[in-house]
Design a protein around this ligand. Structure first.
Ligand code: HEC
Length: 140
């Protein structure tokens, strides 16, 4: 499968990959789980899967994904919908803030068109906050 075909397949599976901008209002009505599965997971899969990025369109797709992680992180950090209760916890906010900071590093690498920096920020910075928050808050 060519990369373009894979991106098209992704677009088919998730509105996200094709939506030009996630409307701010709609994320408010999503649960944390929905934000994870419909925004954060597809966006980070795209970022973690990036290799041999060539066209400007591919870089733009990655840029959008990084921005979606930032937006989603901001959303859960201030407490999305019914999740205000957990969002007051310091460790919840720390993980969310770490994820936002990581996504900003990823975004900076993308804007420099630096695939190695993207790879490193993705692995070293973007992954750990998922783990630390899930260790504490994923329902057992
Ligand atoms: C600040 C906390 C927090 C951070 C950071 C976080 N998550 Fe989550 N995530 C959760 C919570 C809470 C759930 C469970 C929601 C539920 O079931 O109601 C969850 C669920 C998920 C799920 C669904 C899993 C399942 O079995 O239901 C996926 C996929 C996921 N997260 C991916 C990620 C990825 C990838 C990252 C990092 C880029 C990440 N999350 C970062 C809190 C977080």
């Amino acid at each position: 499968m060519t990369r373009a075909m894979r991106l098209l397949a992704l677009c088919g599976l998730s509105l996200l990959a094709c939506a030009s901008a996630w409307p701010q209002a709609s994320m408010k009505t999503l649960s944390v789980k929905e934000i994870m599965t419909t925004v954060i997971a597809p966006a980070t899969n795209l970022l973690w899967g990036a290799s041999n990025v060539q066209t400007d369109a591919q870089w733009q797709e990655l840029e959008q994904a990084a921005q979606q992680v930032i937006e989603a992180g901001t959303e859960i950090a201030d407490g999305a919908g019914s999740h205000d209760a957990v969002a007051v916890n310091a460790d919840w906010q720390a993980s969310a803030d770490e994820m936002i900071a990581a996504a900003r590093s990823v975004l900076a690498a993308i804007q420099k068109r630096d695939e190695e920096a993207l790879f490193n920020a993705g692995n070293d910075q973007l992954y750990p906050p998922c783990e630390s928050c899930h260790a504490q808050y994923l329902p057992k």
